[in-house]
Design a protein around this ligand. Sequence first.
Ligand code: GDP
Ligand code: MN
Length: 371
Amino acid sequence: MIKLLEYQGKALLSQYDIPVPAGTLWPGRPENRERVVVKAQIPAGKRGKHGGVLFADTNPETDLAARKLLDTTLAGWAVEKVLVEERLEIERELYLAVVVDRDHSCRVLLASAKGGVDIESVPQSEISRQLLETDGHIDPRTLTNIMGTLGPGAPEKLGPIVEALCRLAHAEDTLVAEINPLVLTTGGDFVAADAKVVLDGRAAFRHPDWLDLETSLEGTAFERRVGQLGGIASEIDPNGTVVLIVSGAGPMMATFDRLVDNDVPVRAVVDLGGMTMRGAAGMTPIFNAAFELGAPVLFFSSYFQTGRGDLVARGIADACQMRPADQRLMARLQGNHGEEGRTTLAKSGFEVFEDLEVAIGAVASQTRKAR
Ligand code: GDP
Ligand code: MN
């Protein structure tokens, strides 16, 4: 799973002729425009609500806003890049996304006339869902339906954008390609004011150009090392007290969000990926790298739906034999063969939990002690 930052996502959209605002990374700025939006580039959404999207009317205001963002941690992420873009005059905000539907193993086009920061609270009935053909092609009837959903506007401008997003999703192997908001400007144009693109890492062999993308993300030494060992890591807060270790990107984001909600500063997150299947041999070097970060708490969290919790726990217990005495091991393990797994981990020095919320609470209180 490769999550693009907004500016990278927009570069991709514009390759498919989807209009995006004129913009560039700070300290650059769009030419001949003083009224701009200044946006933190972090791999998480809801920046609007967290103060990650600022407005500026003059060049000095822009610099001030950019410096302020670069100085903050937003939703747990240190801001390292800031995008400066022309400010759009908004008539309406629409929602448009192509996501992979695991149940049908195909892509679905989601569309709503009620886009913007409150998309989560828009009722399902106001978001249309259309299954796409496997080749990313959208049939004319589906397109007409979508246009109806998106309300009044210029269909001759909107249609090509919807088609282009479907084409992009297919050709670029995206798990998510979301434009929220797709802005209808007061001038009557449609422009992608935001872009969330998640690429399917399993398709990397079809996209040699992704290598440039990943290196452009400039991984830290720790991130590159874990990558070489077969995992995926993100360093987040240098003063964080917890290293979160999971298996799978979905659980990672869910658990990470709960830690942030409970004011737990996260040092780094590590996705063991397929290494859980390789036992201690595969996982030991990753755990050793994690220990070297020196955070007081290492927290493993997993819900085994199909895999064997007990087998993975056996590997983890062995992989953690060399842990430093001053680091605390905590684990939440639930699901298939969970009980045996918890017993194994408890025997090798983990504080174990079954329920995620209980575990998060314990990690939070441990963290407060460590500070
Ligand atoms: P997110 O909160 O992380 O999804 O960040 P977005 O890029 O979606 O921005 C959040 C909100 O900021 C949008 O829904 C808009 O309401 C507002 N916003 C973003 N860009 C512009 C712009 O160019 N002009 C105006 N007026 N508002 C904007
Ligand atoms: Mn958005």
